[in-house]
Design a protein around this ligand. Structure first.
Ligand code: MRU
Length: 351
């Protein structure tokens, strides 16, 4: 499928392969790709949020391993296994909450084990193919989520979203924004209300940019305006993405999602979570066990070079929160929609 926004692209040149990623720290002011040729480089790109969003992080990590294997072949290093293992560790340590990172690395490891007896350059080729497969699969999954979720939105719906679960957060199409794109493609008139999403501003910078690119009507609000709009009857549905869903249906997503879910419940507005199966972590029983990333204080005290908070002030910056399953109207997966998700219905998804 040809995607309008290519968040990540694999390039093979005379000098070797590189992974190019749109630099999401600079959007929307600057649109540019940055290139990576090692696991360490990709891990840095993930940590510094050049690439972000759970599925996109997973795809990037897969390519990070492929790049590392190709690089180690060229060096003809006899410590291939040991150095590739370091590449895995660097990527695993890049960000803790989105389970797609670990899901993709597990797939790359399984591929490594399966092809361990091959020549190193053949193994590197197998790892590259696996990374490409993860990439393509993510696009297909998002289109399936879009088709399954579009049915839930009525013609004319005004849909609130939080953070960015769009093409930029995935290999293409998006999960939450994928549902909106698919509903629009099916001929529905949908308008989007985007929370700006403090402190990293994924809503204002990325969701708004994506929707403007495709002429999908969008209105930007600050995070503290959502309750007011709901109380005025200006929001018909909420759709968000997720970084990890626990076995009981609790949802980890961008900080502020819980607040939106509570408000939606108060106002009787459906709260949907677009969720690839790769984002469900059945090894974690409940949301409280999901690791929540704490990011640097400077993201809260200012933006880029400007600091507005008092020098020396104490800061908290948890990057994600947990929305209990009871507040989730439905999980929209590539397989099917699960209304009022719970341990049993989630387990059945994997049967
Ligand atoms: O810190 P980020 O920008 O990586 O957080 C992203 C989110 O919280 C998204 O909603 C989530 O990853 C789903 S993306 C399809």
């Amino acid at each position: 499928m040809n995607e309008v926004i290519e968040t990540l692209r694999w390039r093979e040149t005379a000098n070797g392969a590189v992974l190019e990623m749109i630099d999401q720290t600079r959007l929307p002011a600057v649109f540019e790709y940055v290139s990576y040729d090692s696991a360490q480089g990709v891990a840095h790109g993930i940590r510094s949020m050049v690439v972000r969003g759970a599925p996109a992080i997973g795809v990037a990590a897969g390519y990070g391993i492929a790049l590392e294997a190709l690089r180690l072949c060229k060096q003809a290093d006899n410590q291939f296994d040991q150095l590739l293992e370091i590449g895995f560790t660097q990527l695993e340590e890049s960000r803790p909450t989105a389970v797609n990172l670990f899901w993709a690395l597990n797939r790359m490891r399984a591929c490594w084990v399966q092809h361990q007896s091959l020549e190193k350059n053949q193994l590197a080729l197998a790892l590259t193919n696996e990374a490409r497969f993860i990439h393509e699969e993510d696009i297909n999954v998002n289109h399936a989520i879009g088709t399954n979720g579009a049915i839930l939105l009525s013609d004319g719906a005004r849909v609130l979203t939080h953070c960015n679960a769009g093409a930029l957060a995935t290999a293409g199409h998006g999960t939450a924004l994928g549902v909106i794109r698919s509903a629009v493609a099916a001929g529905k008139k949908i308008s989007v209300i985007a929370d700006e999403t403090r402190p990293f501003l994924q809503g204002a910078r990325l969701t708004a940019w994506e929707m403007v690119q495709e002429n999908i009507p969008i209105t930007l609000i600050t995070d503290n305006m959502a309750g007011h709009l709901m109380s005025q009857g200006e929001i018909d549905a909420v759709i968000v993405g997720t970084d990890r869903v626990a076995a009981n249906g609790d949802v980890a997503n961008k900080i502020g999602t819980y607040m939106v879910a509570v408000l939606a419940h108060r106002h009787g507005i459906p709260f949907y979570v677009a969720c690839p199966l790769s984002t469900i972590d059945i090894s974690v029983k409940r949301g409280e066990h999901i690791p929540i990333e704490e990011r640097p204080a400077h993201e809260v005290t200012g933006y880029r070079d400007y600091q507005w908070a008092a020098q020396g002030v104490k800061v908290r910056n948890p990057s994600f929160d947990i929305t209990p399953a009871e507040l989730v109207t439905a999980l929209i997966t590539e397989k099917r929609v699960i209304h009022a998700p719970n341990e049993l219905t989630i387990k059945e998804l994997f049967m």
